[in-house]
Design a protein around this ligand. Sequence first.
Ligand code: GLY
Length: 370
Amino acid sequence: MDDVVIVGGGVIGLAAAWRSLGRGLRVTIADPEPATKASHVAAGMLTPVSELTYGEEALLRLGLASRDRYPAFVAELEEISGQVTGFRDDGILQVALDSDDLAVLDELRRFQESLGIAAEALTGRECRRLEPMLAPAVRGGLLAPADGSIDPRRLTAALLAAVERLGGVLVRERATEVLVEDGRATGVRLESGETLHAAQVVLAAGPWSQDVKGVPPGVLPPVRPVKGQVVRLRSATPFLRRCVRGLVRGSSVYLVPRDDGELVVGATQEEMGFDTTVTAGGLWELLRDARELLPGITELAFTEVSAGLRPGSPDNAPVLGPSALPGLLLATGHFRNGVLLAPVTGDVMAETLATGAAPEIARPFSPGRF
Ligand code: GLY
């Protein structure tokens, strides 16, 4: 019998597994296709500040804590896995196309400053000095110097290698049911009918967490799929020096460059259930807004368009820690922030699994809040 079985091998399940193995726990992950869902589609922006929204101060603190853990997390992961992750912490430039967009950025800067976060307001010319490919029409911007990005595909490949290196077991099967005996989760049943027994079970299957049977009503808050379409382009050398997020007449677009010339353009946000159809409209909107900010992108090679499903909880914040069913822990609902929150989620889940108590930082995100 294992100490822990984790349902779901996306970036969250893998981070929880790696950190738990580091604490000496025996871990099995059940996932038929690890790292192929939202983690595979995500652009990998690390933006607790740039994506800050009113009323999300607790989430901001969690995001900042996770972003600050990233350099050490990545250094350790790259060392143990022998793989690179494409981690960058060279800032994110937010830009505004017209004066209304600039007013929104200005409001965001005031909100950030009210929370003690330094944000540098830039003129259009200053933005173009940082990013020469920006259109002359760009009115101004905001630099979040400590935000960054990572390549989620490389990150999850490194996490899989690290989990394997530390003796974690990956079972390439869907877990269909949480086993409950005497009011306690004791493992999972797999699609084949086989069972995996463990002292503790972690549900980390994003919006598919809902499909796992055996969880008593009310234990798992509703986690809905929120579709995001993402386009990948490529040039011989990086098209941008750093991530750019833009407001284009009220519509948002972001562009994440990689050192190898890939440029990821994202993302739509659609409440469409489990639909992952790539639509002409989604693709058009992303390229239309990206081209307004950076006319030169039309010269880039098109390589891929894909759609993923973000797991959204009722308050769009993650659901972390012990549930009302003894032995069952939750790690889902990360919505737009799964990649950003992977390091802190890994640490929170490992500590909770090892000690039985969730650390202070995770308290606002306990499943009991719903
Ligand atoms: N955090 C970016 C997205 O969810 O689109």
